[in-house]
Design a protein around this ligand. Structure first.
Ligand code: ADP
Ligand code: MG
Length: 323
């Protein structure tokens, strides 16, 4: 069974950042209001994620580690009908099969927490431990038993960059959660809960970007677009500063990127890229998802309409803004 989990891990867990993404999604699904991430050695030495979510009981812990055991059952084939981020029940089993994983967890109704250890897929029985309500996940020696994966790891600095990006996407999508990121003994981000999305954006991309955010808002019966674009005359952005969230999930979409470029046509200085932080919300029926374990490929049932709505709302905003 560990071989099967390792194969699954090969698809789900590409690098330390994949671990961080999966664990952050779990912590968000657990209803956490505070999540603290700590990494060492670009995540290959240590990834620790501590949350104050619902936690797990001693009985639930081994189940959480079994493959295809999920407590989140979708009522439909479509991912976008699922209100939780996780749904496959694969991540913890996969991570445990290629690392040394320790989980400490406690629910609100338990007086005492439980700890469970997994080493390369070998699960030890849970033991009682003291811990606050919530869950702490510690991953050490990632890929210690999968030499090929291990060899393909980049420098700690590069792996850290990927972790920061995964952290950024989830923290941008969830301003209702207090996020902290530590790299070694350095505090990288401390992002308190905020009701204003622009506060969270500014915390990541302060200065010039934060000062030139233009609000975008557009609603029709089905498609809701909200968020910010950057004033083209001052944006000094790159293509990585295009953040699109579809029903709360980060996506990349070529067609929507094209709508952005089109809206900015003639307004940007040479070599500059549009900067945007946009949330799109629409009924799940309008979204087709091709669920690949590592990336979300999204197709809209009426792609032309989504494209046109985005382009129109951006153009409308640019025309009405005095630049
Ligand atoms: P999925 O998220 O697809 O259900 P995972 O393998 O990521 O699968 O997690 C398995 C299960 O472990 C989850 O369904 C959840 O019940 C439990 N779990 C994982 N992380 C946490 C957490 N931080 N807090 C509470 N429960 C968790
Ligand atoms: Mg999950």
């Amino acid at each position: 069974p560990n071989l099967i989990n390792q194969i699954a891990a090969g698809e789900v867990i590409e690098r330390p950042a994949s671990v961080v993404k999966e664990l952050l999604e779990n912590s968000i699904d657990a209803g956490s209001t505070r999540i603290e991430v700590s990494i060492q050695g670009g995540g290959t030495e240590l990834i620790r994620i501590a949350d104050n979510g619902c936690g797990m009981t001693a009985e639930q812990l081994p189940l959480a580690l079994a493959s295809h055991a999920t407590s989140k059952l979708p009522d439909d084939e479509s991912l976008f009908h699922v209100s939780t981020l996780g749904f496959r029940g694969e991540a913890l089993a996969s991570i445990g099969s290629v690392s040394h994983l320790t989980i400490r967890s406690r629910t609100e109704t338990d007086d005492c927490g439980s700890e469970i250890n997994v080493r390369g897929g070998v699960i030890e029985p849970p033991a009682p431990c003291g811990c606050p309500v919530g869950t702490v996940m510690e991953i050490r020696n990632l890929f210690f038993n999968t030499p090929v994966r291990h060899r393909f790891l980049k420098t700690a600095q590069t792996e850290k960059g990927h972790i920061v990006e995964a952290f950024t996407r989830l923290a941008l999508a969830n301003p209702q959660v207090h996020f902290v990121l530590n790299n070694g003994d350095k505090l990288v981000h401390d992002l308190p809960v905020t009701e204003r999305w622009s506060d969270r954006i500014s915390a990541f991309f302060g200065g010039e970007i934060a000062e030139s955010l233009i609000p975008i808002k557009s609603d029709d019966a089905q498609i809701r677009i909200s968020g910010y674009v950057c004033d083209p005359s001052v944006s000094r952005g790159n293509a990585r500063m295009q953040y699109l969230f579809l029903n709360g999930r980060h996506i990349r979409d070529r067609s929507l990127q094209h709508a952005l470029v089109e809206a900015y046509r003639g307004l940007l200085m040479v070599g500059r890229q549009p900067v945007c932080f946009l949330r799109l919300d629409m009924p799940a029926e309008m979204i087709d998802v091709n669920v690949h374990p590592t990336k979300l490929e999204v197709r809209f049932t009426d792609g032309g309409r989504v494209y046109a709505r985005l382009l129109q709302s951006l153009r409308h905003q640019f025309l009405s803004t005095d630049m």
